[in-house]
Ligand binder design. Structure first.
Ligand code: NAP
Length: 271
């Protein structure tokens, strides 16, 4: 049996097990996807142990995405972003990848029908998700405006990302009306029904992705839909990052429809 899993703390309510196990079922694989919550001080032992035990692949989530970078051989994208969310144990050394970046790009292009080459994009947030999304959009050919509550974090990320600039939240009314793509990569909207972006700055020509997936219908996405913008919820980004990890580990096409169904069924039952 092949074993895959998720390392994080906490991981109790993770949506990844049903999503990945739906893919194993489609491909008739003898495989399981399990969650692990190591003590932060034991992270290196946990990764070495997973390798020694023959675990095939691990996803990595908060708070370990940055710390795991030095424990694996990161690919170029993971090294630029400074975070790993997927480890592959199939080679001599564990390799680290960041599928959040590609997951966000595919969510925008495949579900939002966004044309990223030549687009002007506003990314709100400069934490882990914001970093991955800013690099992904810049690599896809967008001009990226990074907006963050802590402005220094936005400007220092913008200095690393090609064709990017950094701002505080007060720049949103100036930037959003001229944008083609808007991404919320903050945690705003998870705990309270509030949006990080003033509703009166939104417009019908925007494609809006909210990385928040609990709840699925955030205040930002409701405001965006109300003015006729195209909306993409955070479960699409989660789905594609998982599908890309599956393809990296298994080398076969991820069954997107079945994985999406399993993910959304779990999200509905968690409500
Ligand atoms: P993180 O590294 O902790 O970053 C949090 C970000 O949110 C920072 O930019 C922070 O700004 C901002 N923020 C927090 N509270 C705020 C507030 N009250 N007002 C304005 N900005 C605020 O977290 P992360 O890993 O990037 O995750 C961010 C969100 O993305 C979470 O909701 C997470 O679930 C989601 N996510 C989704 C996916 C997916 O696949 N859909 C993948 C990864 C993450 P400061 O820098 O000023 O603190």
């Amino acid at each position: 049996m092949q074993v895959f899993g998720l390392v994080g703390n906490p991981v109790g309510h993770s949506l990844s097990p049903p999503m990945h196990e739906a893919a194993y079922e489609v491909h008739d694989m003898n495989a399981r996807y399990v969650t692990f919550e190591p003590d932060p001080a034991e992270l290196e032992t946990a990764i070495d142990g997973a390798d020694a035990l023959g675990i095939s692949g691990l996803n990595v989530t908060i708070p370990f995405k940055q710390d795991v970078l030095s424990l694996v051989d990161p690919d170029e994208m993971a090294a630029r972003i400074g975070a790993v969310n997927t480890i592959d144990f199939s080679g001599d050394q564990p390799t680290g990848h960041n599928t959040d970046a590609e997951g966000a790009r595919r969510a925008l292009e495949e579900q939002g029908d966004a044309t990223l080459a030549g687009a002007t994009a506003v990314v709100v947030g400069a934490g882990g998700a914001g970093r991955a999304i800013a690099f992904a959009l810049a690599d896809a050919g967008s001009t990226v405006h990074i907006v963050n509550r802590t402005v220094e974090r936005a400007t220092s990320l913008a200095a690393e990302v090609p064709e990017a600039s950094g701002y505080g939240l007060d720049a949103l009314p100036e930037l959003v009306p001229d944008a083609d793509v808007l991404v919320n990569a903050t945690s705003v909207g998870m705990e309270e029904d509030v949006s990080p972006v003033p509703a009166d700055t939104l417009h019908e020509n925007l494609v809006v992705l909210d990385a928040v997936y609990k709840p699925l219908e955030t205040r930002l996405l409701r405001d965006a839909a109300e003015c006729g913008a195209t909306t993409v919820d955070g479960a699409w980004m989660l789905l594609y990052q998982g599908a890309i990890a599956f393809e990296l580990w298994i080398g076969r096409d991820a069954p997107i429809d079945e994985m999406n169904e399993a993910l959304r069924t779990r999200l509905r039952s968690d409500r």
